[in-house]
Design a binder for this molecule. Sequence first.
Ligand code: PLP
Length: 286
Amino acid sequence: SISYLNGEYQPLAEARISPLDRGFLFGDGIYEVIPYYGGKSVGLMPHINRMINGLAAIEIKNSHTAEEWKTLLDDLVERNADMGENLGVYVHISRGTDVKRYHPYPENVEPTIFCFCFGIKDPEPLDRSAVTQYSLVSTEDLRWQRCHIKSTALLGNVMHFQEGYSTGADEALLYNANNELTEGSSCNVFVVKDGKISTPIQDNQILPGITRRIILDSLKSDGNLDVEERIITMDEVRNADELWITSSSKEIAPVTKLDGQPVGNGEVGEIWEQAFKVYTASKFDF
Ligand code: PLP
């Protein structure tokens, strides 16, 4: 696979950076993952805009316009077309390589820009009996208070993911000290009760997921399902009829088990199917 590193294209296995890179030393960087199906991206501009906002939030220099980023990423996917039909593009921008390890933002370093492609799965079938079902464990969200920044410093997320993974679960569902749902360790969360869909409000406790945004916007413009952003308590999560996790790689994935208990009646819900249909029909428009 062909990777991009600071303007150079080379086999991924040959790409090299300095151990003094601040991405390596401090997790001082911003990243994105963008899915492409059959060469067509989902949410490319929203992903690029979130990345540009993240760079601004931590004062990393951004040397490309949104259009230039688009060209760079589309081109990398084309160069890697032999890797498969469906590809994810990983983009990583660290503050750069300084001459010493020293906390403050250095003045004259060039950011390190690294991108590579990896194969992703086909979209799941629009079929309640055939779709992959997820099992989650809940745990208190012990990450930092700037979860809206898509930072490469992911140790908090990795440790939460591992809590689920080590017990055989697929993901960790996180709640804050007020017993309110935040998100998953690598995904956003939606709940359904009595036909009403809700997801936590977009604040510093969650990543503003692009899949979440596409779901909200496409369901609102479709107009057939009731959807809102609000504070959701864990009691509501435990009494939900349906629970979904969403991300660029999972799209909308139904959760049928939480902490060993069935979600709703323990089967994939019909609102999931309706929402996934709407999402699938319009995802390439974003
Ligand atoms: N929340 C977290 C913590 C994530 O890491 C991710 C994606 O990896 C998401 C939510 C979902 O975001 P998106 O839909 O933009 O992939």
